[in-house]
Every structure is written in structure tokens, then in C-alpha cells.
Design a protein around this ligand. Sequence first.
Ligand code: 13P
Ligand code: SF4
Length: 326
Amino acid sequence: MKAENSACEKQQEIKSTFEPDFLKSEINRLKKEKSAVILAHYYQLGEIQDLADYIGDSLALAQIAAKLDNPIIVLCGVHFMGETAKILCPDKKVLCPDPEAGCSLADSCPAEDFKKFIEEHPGHTVISYVNTSAGVKALTDVLVTSSNAQKIVETFPKDEKIIFGPDHNLGTYINNITGRQMVLWHGACHVHEQFSLDKILELKKEYPDAKLLVHPECKQHLHILADKVGSTAALLKYAQENSANEFIVATESGILHEMKKKCPDKTFIPAPPEDATCACNNCSYMKLNTLEKLYRCLKDEAPEIQVDPAIAERAKRPIERMLALS
Ligand code: 13P
Ligand code: SF4
């Protein structure tokens, strides 16, 4: 198994009606003309990351959105990231290239069901992962991302009764490293749950000096095997600072783009999923955004993210609390 670029990126380029160079120069022109700013998550196509004004993990994107002055924010990521930006910046136009870019983890926790779960556990503080709908955020005391979950959970007394949702794997990881017994919602991400332990063990034999980088949304057996467990930004930082030359990367393959840019002399090997038709693992939602959709979205100023103002008001508090504690 060798490190390859995502075949899916090439497919996206072929499908476009316009030449990539035309799209890139139009996006830059429209961005200037409209004083718009482009924020992109590390899982976006490389060409979108290269055009963005800011790239980052979900925490960084929320922190940046909260500080921006631009009247238009284009959030190249998934829907909950756009919602978070809109809740923080209600007076701005927040655009997303493809409104269908959802998140299987957020979908695994419908707000009505989460409300019942909270009612079944009276007296518990509710901590939710940011990969949730605005409706779930509105039911939450404090939000976390994979960057700050441990830090925020540890601000509560050891005997605090806590509900943690929706990611069961991240919740298990935080319980293990903090010695807590938070009550967990059983949600998961379809990408991170898929990494194959057997294939990763094979890769470790093939690359005995490689460090294994694992996102906490992966299953517990990978947390145990990992050299580093962390958010996308934390994994990138580890790869930059560690003296190893080879890294097996168990998270969405988009992060390899920035890893290779930051560390051109190092080798990054995408961890394969169980059911693989290629040697990488893509989030089908993240990869819905293309250069052409980004161009159209800037040109038409649509699709725009909207959040019910009553829900947004309740959802803003736990987001701001997270930003204050980060
Ligand atoms: P990060 O918080 O590491 O950016 O992860 C977001 C995400 O969606 C992981 O699947
Ligand atoms: Fe959601 Fe998983 Fe995609 Fe992240 S990788 S956006 S958690 S579906």
C-alpha cells in the first residue's frame, strides 16, 4: 500500500464545466469585489484549501469567524460549521458552496431524541461536541471540539455528572484520559469508524518507523495503538514537530494536503478503511464542495446558511462559553 493522492479530487476537477484557472481567478476577483472571506476546513479539496484566506480545524474556524469584519463569510466545510459561524455572526451573510454538505455524526443525534436523553438524566451537565445541529447546541451547557474537549471537561469537578454527546468514540477517549464516567450518546462518524485495524497493523509492519496519527472520532482500539490522538490541527502540529519521517494518518484524507505542504520531505500514508476501493478515506459530505460551487456561491451570494433566531440565541451561549474556555 503506497501513499496516493485522492482519486476523488481528480473526479471533481473533471466534472467542472469551467477551467480551474478561470474559476480560481474569478473566485479571487469576486472575493475582493465583495469583501468576502473564505474559511476552509482541512478536509476540503486541496484546491479549495489553497484558495482560502484561512484554513483550520473546527475550533480555529469558529474562533476566526467570531473575529472577522467581512460582510460575507464563505464557509467551505460542512453545514454545522456554517451554522456555528452564522450563530456567532448573525448580521453577516454566511454562505456554503453546497447546502447538502451535512455530517453523519450530527445526523446521529436528532435534537428531539437528545432532549429526551437529557430528561432521562436529570441533574447532569450537558457537554456536546460541535459536530451537532443548532437544535442540539441549544440544549447544551457547553460545546467542545476535539481540540479542547479534555481541557473543557476538566474545568468541571471530578464528581460532576455529565452527559456527553454525540460522538461515542470521542466521549470514550475523554473518559479514559480524564478518569470520568460521562454518560455517552451513541453517535459516530461514518468516516472515522471505518478505519481498518488489520490494514493499519499491516501498514505498521510495512513502515516500522512510522508514527500513527489518530483522530479521536476513531474507535478505541486505534486510540490505544496511536502515537498521537488529536484534532486535525493537533495531528498536523505533531507531524511538523516530530522527528519521524513517516506517518500513518487515521483521519479524513484532506488533511494530507496541508501535511505534505508543511512537511514536503516527510511521507504521509492514509490509513485505509475496511471497505476500500481506494487507499484513502474521504468524507463524502466535505467533498461535495468544489471550486465550481465555490465560484457560483460567491457570484450568486447563495446558498446562505440560516438559523432560526430563537434557536440561535440559545445555541450562542454554549459556543461562546467554549470559546472563552479555549
Ligand atoms: P476537527 O475538530 O479536528 O477539525 O474535526 C472536525 C471533524 O469533522 C472531524 O471529522
Ligand atoms: Fe462529519 Fe465525519 Fe465528515 Fe467530520 S468526517 S464532517 S464528523 S461525517
